[in-house]
Design a binder for this molecule. Structure first.
Ligand code: SAM
Length: 304
């Protein structure tokens, strides 16, 4: 079974990138009153405590949300409207300014959707699915929000296309299994046949693994073959190279692994306004979260 628990990673720089983009996309999609279906194929537990033992073991939020909030007063301009929107949303979960609660994608989605919209949340890991069900129960959302203890790649098929023909699909696997990369690409290929006008948001880690490197290229090829528009963005906060540090005068050394240095998102049928709103937000994230000279961002788009 899986060893991945999102609680170790909640609020890290990858979550900041993914959830910032999610906010931008949902703001756009909810401008029209027609109902929308949001499907999160890999939902996680939904809500996280950043002061829990798990979160503190890896302290990844210290390089993400918590660093962002601490560094914000030093920013030379006001936060971009999108960055401010994201921060305001997370702040609503931290009403006393404590910044120790973090909304995962199900709660970011729920926060922005309306009465007429539907949310489908897939989570396969029984312990996280149970937590997700408990968190969702607090919303008293009735049939508007459904938790499905099923494989998200396969389960997605039954909801496409949604009845209103308006929908967002978030594909955010842990990539703990190498096969996740190929499954993401196959799922996108299949979904574009079932629901060609849907908006798709894929998150992936930027790491030295051929499958990770190839994924955005495969997605771009699939998107272009389907004649759809796309947007690709990455956020790098530090070098991905392991450093060898001398740890004693006897010349002992220890290899220090840097943790995730960067991540990316690939969108199909993104809002046409997204590149313009995302660029300034990501440039500010580089300033706020960048740890060394490798810190950078990229936004590229095509097909509009
Ligand atoms: N989307 C969440 C967020 O942004 O808050 C984080 C999700 S986490 C990166 C990936 C989740 O997918 C984990 O909770 C894992 O247990 C779950 N998972 C792994 N394989 C799955 C599958 N085939 N179907 C559904 N969930 C799966």
């Amino acid at each position: 079974m899986f060893s991945y628990r999102h609680a170790f990673h909640a609020g890290n720089h990858a979550d900041v990138l993914k959830h910032l983009v999610l906010v931008a996309v949902l703001r756009y999609l909810t401008e029209k009153p027609v109902s929308l279906m949001a499907i999160d194929t890999h939902a996680g537990a939904g809500l996280y405590r950043l002061d829990s033992e798990w979160a503190q073991t890896s302290a990844e939020a210290a390089e993400g949300l918590q660093r962002l909030v601490t560094a914000l007063p030093g920013l030379d301009q006001a936060p971009s409207p999108l960055l401010q929107d994201y921060l305001d949303l997370v702040a609503e979960f931290n009403p006393r300014g404590q910044w120790n609660r973090y909304p995962g994608s199900p709660f970011v989605i729920n926060h922005l959707l309306r009465e007429q919209d539907k949310i489908k949340l897939f989570e396969l890991l029984p312990s996280d699915a149970k937590l997700l069900e408990q968190h969702v129960a607090q919303l008293e959302a009735g049939r508007r929000v459904a938790v499905l203890r099923e494989d998200g790649f396969d389960g997605l098929k039954k909801f496409l296309p949604p009845p209103s023909r308006r929908g967002l699909v978030l594909l955010d696997p842990s990539y703990e299994l190498k096969t996740d990369y190929a499954r993401v690409a196959a799922t996108i290929q299949d979904s574009l046949k079932r629901f060609p006008t849907g908006t798709y948001l894929v998150w992936y880690p930027v790491i030295g693994r051929p499958e990770a490197h190839d994924l955005p290229k495969r997605l771009r090829t699939l998107t272009q073959q389907a004649g759809k528009s796309w947007l690709h963005a990455t956020l790098t906060v530090k070098s991905g190279k392991a450093s060898t540090l001398p740890v004693s005068l006897q010349g002992d050394t220890k290899v220090q692994r840097p943790g995730l240095p960067a991540s990316g998102i690939f969108l199909i049928n993104p809002p046409y306004t997204l590149a313009k709103t995302l660029r300034p937000a990501l440039e500010q994230l580089v300033q706020l979260l960048g740890q060394d000279r490798h810190a950078a961002c990229l936004v590229e788009a095509g097909g509009h």
